[in-house]
Each structure stands twice: as structure tokens, then as C-alpha cells.
Write a protein that binds this ligand. Structure first.
Ligand SMILES: *Cc1c(COP(=O)(O)O)cnc(C)c1O
Length: 420
């Protein structure tokens, strides 16, 4: 018997064999995992990230390090927050953080891949840019599970890999030479059909959200209670929804506090569609806020998701409502300033997206809305890239190029060469 069920958030129906699905009649509601064990435990099926019982995996076949959660001194003093915990998702061996792709996307990729293996999948196709693509390529190489990564060629400059992993053979990266992000999703879906592999399902895959929820699992494991406030930079919204869903499980357990952490979610101005919608207390994103021109003005392309899980039932809007949450819009100057302050006080570099969350925390602390009523958790979603490059050689990928107009026949021929 499985140690979890998959349940529709809206109608409560329990779904069998629901891999990456929506409930058939509540198509606009997220499914959530319901674990049979109501009590949290860190004696789960493995070590590192696998040590928790609330993950949709049975017997992990490869290693995955977890995040490092610690109580801050330097940055906490600077921000004026007496009890500040940092969840560092990145590479910082001095603190025990060993994520070799340097972001929390690794948790998502590890749990999605292990869960897909256990569901009898033969591989998967991920259409993504930047950190998600790098995490899936890395975990494909670590686990031996085939993955095909499809990226728009304009995102290639961000696609660094570890040289020692020899990643290129086991996870071919395909760049769509003549298209943008939506063209590459389209090509990826066609490749998935031809290859007979599932298309990585994004936010509706429970394994993705529960994987990102490892942040809250490790935080509560370290702090001993739920934090009062949670800070994170958001793009697709999956990480924030995950933090909320894990917190609900801790509330039901009953031993870790009696209220949900307040979500403080931040985006990089001027591309901040969720911030702008929530300021209006609206469940709908205004299409005018999705302008590509806004994206080119931000420093954080990883946050520039144009189809976030915001209005969907069980999405970011509901998470904010349920927790009394807030959204922040952060300018580029505020991002750079926060990154500098963090590095000076904690001694490690951040990726710009983590600077967005850090800037939001500085704003809230200045206003006095957090700090006096319990522990604050800052999710550093990515960091230590510079630190990693001191220890390891990284290289640029050498992608296979495909046209957005490739025919089925051409894709078939292409895959015979690409996938060994
Ligand atoms: C993807 C990403 C985020 C945003 O996470 P979502 O789950 O997409 O909202 C934040 N920081 C970093 C470093 C990321 O790679």
C-alpha cells in the first residue's frame, strides 16, 4: 500500500494512478498529496533530502543533498530581526550546503525524477530555461534517468554545467534555434509524444511541489516549530504553494505551532504580474502586466514566468489569502543592494532571485511588520555560484539545434541521433 494519496483540493476526490494530473471534473484545481502518516518524521526513506517521510517516493535510488538551515547572526543584526533563520539552497560547503546546481530547483528535479521512475516512466521531457533545465540535466545524470531538456536558444548563455558530470551525453539539451519560450514548450510537447516520454507537468505535478517543500521540512526540522513569516522570490509560484502545503501538514500534526506562516512573496519590477494582481486583491492577472518589455528590464529572468500558478484553485492567490500574506515589488537597485548586504554580513554570494527575497525582508523589517512575533524564515532559493566555481570547473553546453517547425519525421530522426 502506498504511503500517500492524491486528493483534489476542491472536491476531495481521491485519485488513483494520477500522474501529473488535474481532477477530471475540477480541472482548475490543484491536486495535493495526503500522507498516511500525520506525524512529521525525519526518519524517512534515505539521507540528505530523502530523510523526510512526507515525500512522494518509496526507495530513492540516488543521492540528493538537502538545504542548509541555520540561525543568522550578521544579516539578522543588520536587518534588526532577532530570530532569523536562513534556508540556504545552493553551494556553501562550509555550511553543509552542497547543491551543485546552486538552486532549490534541484529538490524539484530529484523528487520529480524519483517519483516518475516509481510510476514506471521511461524518461521525461522538460521544457525550461535556466535553473530548472540545469537541475533536470544534473539529476538525469546523477540518477541515470533519461531526460530531454528543451530550451529557447536565447537562454543558452545561462546554461552552465559541471564539467566533471559529463552531462551532455545522458541528458541531451535541445535548443529551439528559431523560437521563443512558448515555441520551445510546443516543440517539447511534440518531442514527448514522439519519444513516448511524459512532458514534465509543471506545477500540477505533486512531486514538484512536494520536492520544493523540502525547504519547509528542513526548516521546521531545524527550528523545531513553524516559522511565523516566510520570505521567497516567486516566478511560477510552485515554491510558495509548496511552502503553504507543507505548513498545512505541520498544522495538522499539531506539534509545531497553531498558525500558518505568513507568506511574503516578492517579484522583480517592472515584471511583477502576481504582485500587481494581489495589490488589487484580484485572482486574475492583467495581461497588460505580462509585457515582454518588462521582462527585459529585470535582472532575474528565472522569475519571469508569464503563466504562474496564481489564480488556479490551491494556487498562489489562495495561499496568500489563507496565510494573511503580502506581495512585494522589488526594483533592480534594491536587488543589488540586498545582494551586497547579504554577502557582506553572511559571507556568501546570492543569485539575483534570492536578492529579491532578501530585499523584501529588509523592507518588511524596516516597516516593523516582522521580527517581533516569532521566527522569520528567509528562503535563499539560490546562491554560492561564485563559491562553487572556486572548487569546480564549469562549462557551457553544446546543444543540439532544432527548428520550431520540425516535422514529426524530422523529430524522430533527430531523436535517434540525440538519445543514446
Ligand atoms: C525558480 C526560482 C525561483 C522561483 O520559484 P518558483 O517556484 O518558480 O516561484 C526563485 N529563485 C530561484 C533561484 C529560482 O531558480
Amino acid at each position: 500500500m502506498s504511503h500517500f494519496n492524491i486528493v483534489c483540493r476542491k472536491c476531495g476526490k481521491v485519485l488513483e494512478n494520477a500522474y501529473c494530473a488535474f481532477c477530471e471534473h475540477c480541472v482548475n484545481a490543484l491536486l495535493v498529496t495526503e500522507y498516511r502518516e500525520k506525524e512529521f518524521s525525519s526518519r524517512g526513506p534515505g539521507e540528505g533530502a530523502w530523510k523526510f517521510n512526507w515525500l512522494p517516493v518509496h526507495s530513492p535510488g540516488f543521492k540528493q543533498p538537502g538545504p542548509a538551515v541555520y540561525r543568522s547572526e550578521g544579516f539578522a543584526r543588520q536587518a534588526g530581526i532577532p530570530e532569523l533563520y536562513i534556508c540556504f539552497c545552493g553551494y556553501w560547503p562550509e555550511r553543509g550546503a552542497l547543491l551543485q546546481t546552486c538552486t532549490f530547483k534541484e529538490f524539484e528535479a530529484a523528487v520529480v525524477i524519483q517519483n516518475a521512475m516509481e510510476n514506471g516512466m521511461q524518461g521525461l521531457v522538460a521544457a525550461s530555461a535556466g535553473n530548472t533545465a540545469r537541475a533536470f540535466a544534473h539529476l538525469s545524470s546523477t540518477s541515470g534517468f533519461p531526460a530531454i531538456i528543451v530550451v529557447p536558444s536565447m537562454c543558452l548563455p545561462e546554461m552552465w554545467y559541471l564539467e566533471e558530470k559529463g552531462i551532455f551525453g545522458s541528458a541531451p539539451t535541445i535548443a529551439v534555434s528559431d523560437g521563443d519560450y512558448s515555441d520551445s514548450i510546443n516543440v517539447a510537447k511534440r518531442i514527448a509524444l514522439v519519444a513516448g516520454m511524459p512532458f514534465e507537468g509543471g506545477v500540477k505535478n505533486i512531486a514538484k511541489r512536494d520536492g520544493l517543500g523540502i525547504v519547509m521540512l528542513e526548516a521546521v526540522n531545524t527550528i523545531g516549530t513553524l516559522p511565523r513569516h516566510y520570505f521567497q522570490a516567486v516566478g511560477s509560484g510552485a515554491g510558495a504553494i509548496a511552502a503553504w502545503e507543507m505548513s498545512e501538514r505541520f498544522l495538522k500534526d499539531g506539534r509545531y505551532g497553531s498558525s500558518l506562516p505568513v507568506l511574503h512573496l516578492a517579484q522583480n519590477l517592472p515584471f511583477a504580474p502576481m504582485t500587481k494582481a494581489y495589490m488589487r486583491k484580484s485572482r486574475e492577472i492583467d495581461p497588460a502586466d505580462l509585457d515582454f518589455a518588462f521582462i527585459s528590464e529585470t535582472t532575474t529572468r528565472v522569475l519571469s514566468n508569464r503563466y504562474p500558478a496564481y489564480g488556479v484553485l490551491g494556487g498562489v492567490f489562495d495561499a496568500l489569502q489563507a496565510t494573511g500574506g503580502t506581495m512585494y515589488g522589488i526594483t533592480n537597485d534594491e536587488v543589488y543592494a540586498a545582494m551586497d548586504i547579504f554577502e557582506e554580513t553572511e559571507g556568501i554570494d546570492l543569485v539575483p532571485a534570492a536578492g529579491v527575497a532578501t530585499a523584501a525582508l529588509l523592507k518588511a523589517a524596516k516597516k516593523g511588520t516582522v521580527g517581533s512575533d516569532g521566527p522569520v524564515l528567509l528562503n535563499i532559493t539560490g546562491g554560492g555560484e561564485r563559491r562553487l566555481k572556486r572548487d569546480m570547473a564549469v562549462g557551457r553546453i553544446n546543444p543540439l539545434l532544432i527548428s520550431k517547425n520540425a516535422s514529426e519525421k524530422e523529430i524522430e530522426k533527430f531523436l535517434r541521433h540525440a538519445v543514446r
